[in-house]
Ligand binder design. Structure first.
Ligand code: NAD
Length: 345
């Protein structure tokens, strides 16, 4: 049995990754460390509760002693690092936690892994010769695009928010451990994810939640900001492929070639809700869309060229935005109806 440490596995992407990866790898035991901040939710992991190849530990990736103990107790031979403060708006109002977790937490983890797995720069202990540190990151490190162009792996870093600056810093720490110590590392930089289990604060869950409760659906500025949307399970599949087959020291961009602006997202979600859960008064949810003051420093457009992971690792997104959003709405509607039934009981 191989023991892999997943960090932040109770968050949105991690909690989609854990069941997927456990099922795809019957010889792997996953140890999930998560601090259960406001963004972590163990309800998202109900499907793996009781699985004897899964262990949950509540803890902070910045706690060095705890991380050392976990590496020793479970003889960890690989790390897939999701844990982060991830919401750009929070990074504007409260950047401290972003610097702590995203920068110092990543440093702590990779430094413990290096000391545990390696004898000296470039030399791994025999038992850990295949051990790898996978860092999960974002396309936001590249800054913003104008109307044209795509982010490639060689695009210079130009982070614009405290969130993206903290993620860029963590990417550089991971890069430096490869170049300086010869560590076996891979970084993936992904575009905006959506799908089941995402925290309420993010754009698509906010649109659904506000619509279903009949409140104004807030859209920043004029709604023209563009993101490249990827269904979360497609991201998970890309991470698994890069963890297993990626070349050490390389970075891989993951994106769905699904550029959509925020207004289109809101309108599409409302149209699907109109079909699947019509309002009793016969009006469209679209009437709830309301423009609000733009986010400070709001990046205009992100878009990924995923050719490298597509060509070298044979990754391909299974969902386009329209198929992925349909599944996503079904998942949230189901949750909404269950919650409503619970509150009526
Ligand atoms: P999330 O905010 O939903 O989950 C983060 C998880 O990390 C939570 O469960 C939280 O409790 C945990 N955590 C936070 N601080 C911790 C700490 N100090 N110690 C241990 N656990 C801690 O985030 P997400 O959307 O699932 O993102 C996961 C990763 O993927 C992040 O590194 C993020 O930068 C990256 N990413 C996200 C997206 C996206 O669209 N969501 C896109 C690209 C990359």
């Amino acid at each position: 049995m191989t023991h892999i440490l997943v960090t932040g596995g109770a968050g949105f992407i991690g909690s989609n990754f854990v069941p997927y990866f456990l099922e795809a790898n019957p010889d792997i035991h996953l140890v999930n460390i998560d601090l259960l901040t406001y963004a972590g939710n163990l309800d998202n992991l109900k499907e793996v509760e009781g699985n004897d190849r899964y262990t949950f530990i509540k803890g902070d990736i910045c706690d060095r002693k705890l991380i050392e103990d976990i590496f020793e107790k479970y003889d960890i031979t690989g790390v897939i690092h999701f844990a982060a403060e991830s919401h750009v708006d929070n990074s504007i109002s409260n950047p401290d936690a972003f610097m702590q977790t995203n920068i110092l937490g990543t440093f702590n983890l990779i430094d413990v892994a290096k000391n545990r797995w390696m004898v000296s720069p470039g030399v791994y202990k025999e038992a850990y010769k295949d051990s790898r540190f996978h860092h999960v990151s974002t396309d936001e490190v590249y800054g913003t695009l104008g109307k044209k162009g795509l982010f490639v792996e060689t695009t210079p870093y130009a982070p614009n928010s405290p969130y993206s600056a903290s993620k860029a810093s963590s990417d550089f720490i991971v890069r430096s451990y490869h170049h300086t110590y010869g560590m076996n590392v891979v970084t993936t930089n992904c575009s905006n994810n959506y799908g089941p289990k995402q925290h309420d604060e993010k754009l698509i869950p906010t649109i659904i939640r506000k619509a279903l409760s009949g409140e104004a659906i807030p859209i920043y500025g004029d709604g023209s900001n563009i993101r490249d949307w990827l269904y979360v399970l497609d991201h998970c599949k890309g991470i698994a492929l890069a963890y297993e087959n990626g070349v050490s020291g390389e970075t891989y961009n993951i994106g769905g070639r699904n550029e959509r602006n925020n207004l289109y997202i809101a309108q599409t979600v409302c149209e699907l809700l109109d079909q699947k859960h019509p309002k009793t008064d016969g009006t469209s949810y679209k009437e709830l869309i309301a423009y609000v003051k733009d986010r400070a420093g709001h990046d205009f457009r992100y878009a990924i060229d995923a050719s490298k992971i597509e060509n070298n690792l044979k990754w391909k997104a299974d969902e386009n935005f329209e198929s992925g959003i349909d599944k996503t709405i079904d998942w949230y509607l189901n949750k909404f109806i269950q919650n409503k039934t619970k509150s009526l009981a």
